[in-house]
Design a binder for this molecule. Structure first.
Ligand code: MG
Ligand code: MG
Length: 256
């Protein structure tokens, strides 16, 4: 995700389409959430997402993305897996796991991108705090999606929120502009300095996505060339919304 990708300001008509893409994406994620039970295979979660996408006449931009081509419509990450986990029929959820689901939807040529982490049954107090802090960091970032603010304000807010709660935020993986392409400019890191970066104006749409780790900020990629895990095996969480800057309050596109 290079920082020189083009920044595309969306028209009100385009934002309306992106809002619909976001609504569908939220419905798909809600369907997947219903299946987060012990014994369910991660490939079953992907199948549930594909069925829900199909019912809306949509597909995910994830399938075939990148190199090697990503093979599924969602990513599923369990415990120490942070992002880009590939669903598998033999990988089953267990009581006490935390599971991150990331999904994209293409609707009328525009992309919505959103993720959440949730527990399977009862989870440890530490895992529950991780989920709470990661989602809190996302909303601390969203609060800065305002006309006149800069992308660095978003990054700084996310970093500060996470570190104030004693956790670590990823260095390598970032939020990003989103629109006709899943990854457009600007790049929005999860760490940064307030007052720096691109000036926000109405029509800027960004997928904000804090990825938070309990142990250290370090990660590594598994031999499948996709799955990113915490280097020390500690738990990780990931929350993401696609959000538009408006004349007023931030507009979260990826909700029902
Ligand atoms: Mg995503
Ligand atoms: Mg994203």
């Amino acid at each position: 995700m290079s920082s020189d990708r083009q920044i595309n300001i969306k028209t009100p008509a385009q934002l309306k389409i992106m809002r619909e893409a976001g609504r569908i994406n939220a419905a798909v994620l809600a369907k997947v959430r219903e299946h987060l039970q012990p014994g369910v295979a991660t490939a079953d979660l992907n199948a549930a997402a594909e069925e829900a996408l199909k019912s809306h006449g949509c597909v995910s931009p994830f399938k075939g993305y990148g190199r090697p081509p990503y093979p599924a419509s969602i990513t599923v990450c369990i415990n120490d897996e942070m992002v880009h986990g590939i669903p598998h029929p033999k990988r089953k959820l267990k009581e006490g796991d935390i599971v991150s689901i990331d999904c994209g939807t293409i609707f009328e040529g525009f992309v919505a991108d959103s993720a959440f982490t949730a527990g399977v049954g009862e989870i440890s107090p530490e895992a529950a705090k991780l989920l709470e802090v990661t989602e809190g960091a996302l909303f601390a970032g969203i609060e800065n999606m305002r006309k006149g603010k800069r992308t660095g304000d978003i990054s700084a807010a996310i970093q500060k929120y996470v570190e104030n709660h004693g956790f670590h935020v990823t260095r390598e993986y970032t939020g990003h502009g989103v629109g006709k392409e899943m990854h457009e400019g600007p790049q929005v890191p999860n760490i940064g300095m307030a007052g720096t970066g691109l000036l926000l104006r109405p029509g800027v749409t960004i997928a904000l996505e804090p990825m938070v780790l309990i142990g250290t900020h370090e990660t590594r990629v598994l031999p499948d060339k996709w799955t990113v895990v915490s280097a020390d095996g500690s738990l990780t969480a990931h929350f993401e919304h696609t959000v538009a800057v408006t004349e007023g309050d931030p507009l979260i596109l990826t909700v029902l």
